[in-house]
Design a protein around this ligand. Structure first.
Ligand code: SF4
Length: 295
């Protein structure tokens, strides 16, 4: 075959291959291709080929949430299109310690008020009010929806199965040194909820209940001066962002509220129901760590 014919044949093969790939992608074949690639990676991992060993300290927990995958660069959404976001609260450990000291009595006062609060009907059915736990030391706040049965019994947020998973996620972040030099556990981050009393049968909070309870959360955030807030699930994201968008569309973006950055991830209870969500949650924690460390 002469050079001209060879070039023509190669061009035809390329065109035909492109058409086939386009048809596959249009018909959802992209998922199939991705799945096949994933399976290939899994098989390679099983045979030990082409994988780097995970750091020993973090291996067990990282394994829990799947192999960390690269995340697309986050899109920052300023408060308004015309207003540059204000500088984030302090990152320096000394300055954070000072914020934590100043926040402590304010948080204690808010907790006292929450325990005495009767602003909505949930006070009648609650076992205990659940004000929140942790400190301003790290400058990271996790916000969930409302207390469940265990939280209602013990007066502390995220202590049921979902809470134990959240603890493991925080420990995995610490083990993996996602934020070098920063110790992460329940005492250095703050964990709270939009509602501070358990709705009967864990039903979705009513708008009036959120309206009445949200001033407690707002004052907590003002005292905590977080660098980043992580919404756990749709209720927290809807409330703090004032958006009815789907959780999937809010994930992977960085917002600015209360002077802090804000990201959205799945609620640990959703991860317990669907372990496939461990991987996206781990990606979100990597995003959190990156955004925490940048202005
Ligand atoms: S849910 Fe909030 S507003 Fe309602 S009684 Fe409890 S603390 Fe008060």
């Amino acid at each position: 075959m002469d050079g001209e014919n060879l070039r023509r044949e190669l061009a035809d093969i390329t065109k035909s291959l492109r058409r086939t790939l386009e048809r596959e992608l249009h018909a959802g074949g992209g998922d199939l291709i991705a799945t096949a690639a994933k399976q290939k990676r899994k098989m390679a991992a099983k045979s030990g080929a082409g994988t780097a060993p995970a750091p020993a300290a973090a291996a067990e927990e990282i394994d829990l949430f799947g192999e960390p995958a690269p995340t697309k660069p986050a899109k920052v959404t300023p408060v308004t299109a015309f207003e540059a976001p204000a500088p984030l609260p302090a990152l320096d450990p000394g300055a954070r310690a000072a914020i934590a000291r100043a926040a402590e009595p304010v948080l204690a006062k808010i907790a006292e008020e929450v325990r005495a609060c009767r602003s909505c009907a949930l006070w009648e059915t609650r076992g205990q009010a659940v004000p929140g736990v942790g400190s301003a030391l790290a400058g990271i706040v996790f916000v969930g929806e409302a207390p469940g049965a265990e939280e209602d019994r013990l007066g502390e947020p995220f202590v049921g199965r979902g809470g134990q998973l959240l603890d493991r996620i925080i420990k995995a972040m610490d083990d993996a040194r996602l934020i070098p030099g920063l110790r992460l556990d329940r005492s250095t981050v703050f964990i709270g909820n939009v509602l501070h009393c358990r709705p009967p049968e864990n039903r979705v909070p009513l708008a009036f209940e959120v309206e009445q309870s949200s001033p407690h959360l707002r004052r907590q955030l003002e005292a905590l001066q977080p660098r980043i807030i992580c919404c756990l699930g749709k209720t927290a994201a809807e409330h703090l962002l004032g958006s009815k968008a789907s959780l999937a569309s809010m994930r992977g973006r960085v917002y600015r509220v209360y002077g802090a950055k804000l990201i959205v991830t799945y609620h640990p209870a959703a991860v317990l129901r669907n372990p496939e969500l461990k991987r996206p949650v781990w990606e979100d924690m990597q995003l959190l760590a990156r955004e925490y460390q940048t202005e």
